[in-house]
Design a protein around this ligand. Structure first.
Ligand SMILES: Cc1ncc(COP(=O)(O)O)c(C=O)c1O
Length: 474
C-alpha cells in the first residue's frame, strides 16, 4: 500500500522529471507545501527525505530543499551510427514542435533557431536602461499611445533615414516584433484566398503566418547571392492576381542574399506598375558586413505601395518584442488593426529600446557585432567544409548570422534534424522554408552561438550523421 508521503514524493518526482522544478531550483518550503496540499508537516518532511534518499533533491542548511543537477556526462563516446540510423517516419509537425521545445531547453546545442547567444546582444545596455525606465511611473501604470512611445518613434524615424527613407515619427507604428508587423501588413492588404508572392526559400514564420490568414503563396526562386528572381516575379504578377509581395531584401533568412540597389529599384517599378503592395521585412538590415547599411526598397520608387517592417529582435533582444511598421499607405487602418489586436506595445520595452539607441550604445554594439558575425560565419563554414559530406554547398551571406547548407541530394534534412535532436543538437531542416516542401536536402544553421568545444563536437556529429545518411541512401 502506498502511504501519503510516498504519493506526495511521487507527484514531486514527476514534476522534477517534467521540468516543473528545474535542476537547481528550490522546492516550496515545508510549511508552504503542507498548507497548499492540506498535508501535515510530518508528511512533507517524510516526502522530501524520500526524494533526498533517491537522489532527486538535496537539503541546504537554512535554505531549504533544491533539485539536484543531472550528473555531468563523462567523455563523449563516439556515435554508434548503426544504432542511431534506424528507420522512422518523419513528421514535419513533429520536427517543428520538437525544434521550438529544443530552443527552450538549456541542454540542447542550438544551431537551429535564429536567436543570438547573449554575447551577441547588448545585455549591459539593456540592463542599465531597465533600471532607468523603472522611474517612469506615470507611463508604466497607464496605456501607452497606441502607435507607440513618442521617444522610440523619434529614434526610429532617424534610423529609417539610414535606410534611405525619410519618415516622420507620426508615420511609424511600434509593434510586438516584426512578426506582428508582417501580420498587420498582410491583414491590411489582403483577404483570405488572396495570393501573396514570397521568396523561395523564405522565413518559415512568414509562411506559417500566411497560412494562418488563409492566403495562398506563389514562391519566387531566390538566388543565394542576388536575391529574388525579377524574371520570375514579373511573370508571376503578369499571370496571377498577386495582392502583395513579401520580401527580405537585406540578408534573406535563410540564404542571406542581398538585393542590389538596381534590383530594388526595378522590383519596386515592376510591382508598382501592377498595383502589388510590397511588404519589406528588414529584420537583418543593420547586420551588414559591407561598408554601408543597405538601402530599403521603400527608399526607391515613390509611387510603389510599400509597407516596411523592422525589428530589434536580432540586435537588441528577442524578448523585448520591439518591431515597427512604416507605411506609404494610410496609417489609419493599420493603427486601428494594431489597436484591435493588442492595443499597444508595453511602454517599458519601448523605453528600454529607445534608451539603448539614444545613448549611442546600439550603434557601438552593431559595429562590434557585425565583425564578430562575419568571423563566426567563416569559422562555421570552415568546419562544415571539413566534416560534412563531399558536394556540400554553403551560402556566403553578406550580413546576418545564418548559413544555408545544401547537402548531397539524397540526404533528408528532416531525418537529419530528428537524428541530431536525439544527440542533443537542434538544426532547422530546409523544407520548412518553402510552402511546397522544397529544399529537402538543405539545413539552416545559426552562427550566433557561443563557440565552445561542445559546438565543435556538435558540428562534427552533424557531419558524421549527414555522411552516414548519404551512404545509406546511395
Ligand atoms: C526574416 C524574419 N522576419 C521576422 C522575424 C520575426 O521577428 P520578431 O522576433 O521581431 O517578431 C524573424 C525571426 O526569426 C525573421 O527571421
Amino acid at each position: 500500500m502506498t502511504t501519503l508521503y510516498q504519493t506526495v514524493a511521487s507527484d514531486l518526482k514527476r514534476q522534477i522529471q517534467n521540468g516543473t522544478y528545474m535542476p537547481g531550483s528550490k522546492l516550496p518550503a515545508i510549511r508552504e507545501m503542507s498548507k497548499r496540499g492540506n498535508y501535515s508537516v510530518a508528511t512533507i518532511i517524510a516526502a522530501y527525505r524520500l526524494l533526498e534518499d533517491e537522489g532527486y533533491i538535496h537539503a541546504k542548511a537554512k535554505s531549504g530543499y533544491f533539485v539536484k543537477h543531472r550528473k555531468e556526462s563523462g567523455p563523449i563516446k563516439p556515435l554508434d551510427l548503426k544504432a542511431v540510423l534506424k528507420p522512422q517516419k518523419v513528421s514535419v509537425q513533429h520536427i517543428a514542435s520538437a525544434l521550438s521545445k529544443a530552443a527552450a531547453d538549456p541542454r540542447i546545442i542550438k544551431l537551429g533557431a535564429a536567436v543570438p547567444a547573449h554575447q551577441y546582444l547588448p545585455v549591459r545596455a539593456v540592463e542599465r536602461a531597465l533600471q532607468k525606465v523603472g522611474k517612469y511611473r506615470n507611463r508604466l501604470f497607464n496605456y501607452e499611445v497606441y502607435a507607440g512611445a513618442p521617444e522610440l518613434r523619434y529614434q526610429l524615424a532617424r534610423r529609417m533615414a539610414d535606410t534611405g527613407y525619410i519618415a516622420s515619427p507620426d508615420e511609424i507604428i511600434v509593434t510586438n516584433g516584426c512578426q506582428e508587423a508582417l501580420c498587420l501588413a498582410l491583414r491590411v492588404t489582403t483577404k483570405p484566398g488572396d495570393i501573396v508572392a514570397v521568396e523561395s526559400p523564405t522565413y518559415f514564420g512568414l509562411l506559417q503566418l500566411i497560412e494562418s490568414l488563409g492566403l495562398r503563396t506563389i514562391e519566387i526562386p531566390t538566388d543565394q547571392k542576388e536575391g529574388i528572381s525579377l524574371t520570375y516575379l514579373s511573370e508571376a504578377v503578369r499571370s496571377f492576381d498577386v495582392k502583395a509581395c513579401v520580401i527580405i531584401p537585406n540578408f534573406n533568412n535563410p540564404v542571406g542574399s542581398l538585393l542590389s540597389d538596381d534590383n530594388k529599384a526595378q522590383l519596386s517599378k515592376i510591382l508598382s506598375e501592377k498595383g502589388v503592395t510590397i511588404i519589406e521585412d528588414d529584420t537583418y538590415g543593420d547586420l551588414y558586413f559591407g561598408e554601408n547599411r543597405p538601402r530599403s526598397i521603400m527608399s526607391f520608387d515613390s509611387s510603389a505601395d510599400v509597407i516596411y517592417c523592422g525589428s530589434f529582435s536580432k540586435t537588441i533582444s528577442p524578448d523585448l518584442r520591439i518591431g515597427w511598421i512604416v507605411s506609404k499607405l494610410s496609417n489609419e487602418k493599420l493603427e486601428h488593426l494594431k489597436f484591435m489586436t493588442n492595443v499597444s506595445v508595453s511602454s517599458i520595452n519601448q523605453l528600454v529600446v529607445s534608451d539603448v539607441i539614444q545613448s549611442g550604445k546600439y550603434d557601438r554594439h552593431l559595429r562590434k557585432v557585425r565583425v564578430e558575425y562575419e568571423h563566426a560565419i567563416q569559422k562555421m563554414a570552415e568546419f562544415i567544409y571539413r566534416y560534412f559530406p563531399e558536394r556540400t554547398q554553403i551560402s556566403q551571406p553578406k550580413g546576418g548570422f545564418v548559413l544555408w547548407v545544401e547537402l548531397p541530394e539524397n540526404v533528408s534534412s528532416a531525418e537529419l534534424a530528428r537524428l541530431a535532436l536525439d544527440q542533443g543538437i537542434s538544426i532547422t531542416p530546409g523544407h520548412i522554408f518553402s510552402s511546397s516542401n522544397k529544399y529537402h536536402n538543405c539545413i539552416r544553421l545559426s552562427c550566433a552561438v557561443q563557440w565552445t568545444p561542445q559546438v565543435e563536437r556538435a558540428l562534427i556529429t552533424l557531419g558524421s550523421l549527414a555522411k552516414a545518411l548519404t551512404e545509406k541512401a546511395a
